[in-house]
Design a protein. Structure first.
Length: 146
């Protein structure tokens, strides 16, 4: 009986050791999956940052040309003053906003890697379906009673 009890104790200890090893391996697997997801998220954030930088450069060039053309038009066409003011404001306000957003993206990437931010980016809500086109109403006018 004593030998059986010793055998049970030995096997119980071995089972506990195996269970601990399995738990450690599962935890390591979760940690590695989290690191992989975070690296993918950071790569996506960096892509967004590059796209933003490129789009901002394109916008700066285009808005500069638009501001220049609108200013010349506004000199002789009062209707172009609004476009001129908009183009000049956009050209001056977009670059600092882009710089701020790039800084926020860098901070977000650092937080994702550090584990203090979500491991994934939020998915935007689906766009609302387009409204149906209104039907044309045909009105018949007649000269009745004349």
């Amino acid at each position: 009986m004593r030998a059986a009890r010793d055998r049970v104790d030995t096997l119980t200890a071995a089972i506990r050791e195996v269970e601990k090893t399995i738990a450690d391996l599962e935890a390591e697997n979760v940690r590695l999956a989290d690191e992989k997801q975070r690296a993918a998220t950071v790569a996506e954030i960096e892509t967004i940052g590059r796209d933003l930088k490129k789009a901002a450069a394109d916008f700066d060039f285009a808005s500069g040309r638009l501001a220049s053309a609108a200013e010349r038009m506004a000199a002789c066409m009062p209707d172009a003053v609004g476009l001129s003011l908009f183009a000049v404001a956009a050209k001056s306000e977009v670059p600092p906003t882009v710089m701020l957003l790039q800084s926020v993206l860098k901070d977000l990437a650092s937080q994702v890697i550090a584990g203090t931010a979500r491991a994934t980016l939020l998915t935007p809500a689906p766009a609302a379906p387009p409204l149906p086109k209104p039907e044309l109403v045909k009105v018949a006018l007649g000269i009745g009673g004349i």
